[in-house]
Write a protein that binds this ligand. Structure first.
Ligand code: G3I
Length: 380
């Protein structure tokens, strides 16, 4: 009788404690936590963040992101301003920050027609260099940079923007001097310099059929040559009406069919009107400022804020749906004040393309993305 009574008390206590201390199952509260099982969540770092001067943004980066990419400091004109002089000062700090914070570090970008100093293509007399000389310079450039960060930079945008929107090769100096072969050579050199590093091809307008065709053909040809390519990057400098989400989803799937991962590498969504029908991200395209093209300089309207949240969410829902094909999503900057969209394609406008506002406050869309990611996890 005594034993029965004691058992009753024990069972009652267990039930009672169970009722009052339910197993706490808290949903993750930051982007990197919520998306951890889906893909890396990254951001681009500018010089103030890399130097640690912009402490407010650094805090956001550490809390919310688990991958970083160099917005400008690894571009040829910055890191290799003269033939015999490299400047690693910012790039070293960028990589050290990523390693110290255990982030997936992306190098951007080894070979790009833009932001490349003139010396790259000229000899001492100012004449164009030969194919052989340019190949040797490319090799030195790639070996030196990739070699320096071997084991620290996890992935490289090896070649950036090599195709026109109609799928033809961009007539860059690399293409005109070396021919199509420059592409394969760049991937070969990068792999030789760090066999462990992931290698990517990165471009804008990756929702245009002709460009998708060119890029998928490129992946096939690199693979046939036995070269390494891990992913293609859709830059994703979008606006409120371009591209439509269905086209985005279909493009992502077509790119993935070539047998590599897809990365969203430079995501931002401009809320501003776009001059003419311009859609890509060619920084050579610029237009005059007019008041009419700058409608939110005193703040974003409520209706546009809601539309912006929904627009980002539409893209994230596609990315979550196809998380088996998407290995990283990187936004092109931390907060609105720092975005290049404020000065391109029209200088001096006030845009709102990123996930954090000008005071580094979290926009409503951040919690919506976290919620969407948490809901997806519950379904699994
Ligand atoms: O650092 C100088 C500063 O010293 C000077 O006072 C100032 C005057 O304009 O210019 C500063 O450099 C600017 C740099 O951004 C840093 O802010 C350059 O003029 C400007 O051309 C440069 O723009 C960058 C652009 O690429 C060209 O490199 C943008 O920040 C960067 O967001 C943008 O990123 C590209 C990707 O690399 C490739 N895909 C498209 C994307 C957008 O164009």
């Amino acid at each position: 009788m005594k034993n029965t009574f004691l058992s009753f008390i024990v069972v009652a206590l267990v039930i009672f404690s169970g009722c009052h201390q339910p197993e706490k199952k808290e949903n993750p509260q930051t982007l990197k936590q919520a998306l951890a099982q889906q893909f890396y969540m990254g951001t681009a770092l500018n010089s103030a963040q890399i130097k640690g001067v912009d402490t407010s943004s650094v805090k956001v980066i550490q809390q919310q992101f688990n991958s970083i990419v160099a917005e400008n400091c690894m571009k040829s004109e910055v890191i290799h301003p003269e033939q015999d002089r490299y400047d690693f000062s910012l790039a070293d700090q960028f990589v050290d920050f990523g390693v110290a914070n255990q982030m997936f570090v992306i190098g951007h970008t080894l070979i790009w027609h833009s932001q490349v100093p003139d010396w790259f293509f000229k000899d001492d007399e100012g004449n164009e260099v030969s194919k052989e000389v340019l190949i040797a310079r490319m090799r030195d450039h790639i070996y030196t940079i990739v070699g320096r960060y071997k084991g620290k930079v996890n992935g490289w945008d090896v070649v950036n923007e090599a195709f026109n929107d109609d799928g033809t090769w961009r007539e860059s100096k690399f293409y005109n001097t070396i021919g199509e072969e420059y592409m394969a050579l760049a991937f070969q050199f990068a792999h030789e310099a760090d066999p462990e590093a992931e290698l990517y091809y990165n471009d804008y307008s990756m929702v245009k059929p002709a460009k998708i065709k060119a890029v998928t053909a490129l992946v096939k040809s690199l693979k046939e040559k036995g070269l390494r390519i891990d992913a293609v990057g859709m830059q994703a400098h979008y606006s409120m009406n371009f591209p439509d989400v269905k086209t985005f989803e279909e493009s992502l799937l077509q790119l993935a069919q070539s047998g590599v991962n897809v990365m969203i590498t430079e995501l931002d969504i401009s809320v501003l009107p776009s001059p003419y029908e311009m859609q890509g991200a060619d920084i050579a395209n610029r237009f005059e400022y007019t008041e009419a093209m700058d409608p939110y300089k005193n703040g974003l309207s409520d209706s546009m804020s809601v539309a912006f949240t929904n627009r980002y969410l539409d893209f994230f829902n596609v990315l979550l749906k196809h998380n088996d094909k998407v290995s990283r999503v990187t936004v092109w900057g931390v907060n609105d004040a720092q975005s290049w969209r404020n000065y391109w394609p029209i200088k001096g406008r006030t845009d709102y393309p990123l996930l954090f506002d000008r005071g580094n406050g979290k926009k409503a869309v951040v919690d919506e993305i976290i919620k969407a990611a948490n809901d997806k996890k519950d379904i699994r």
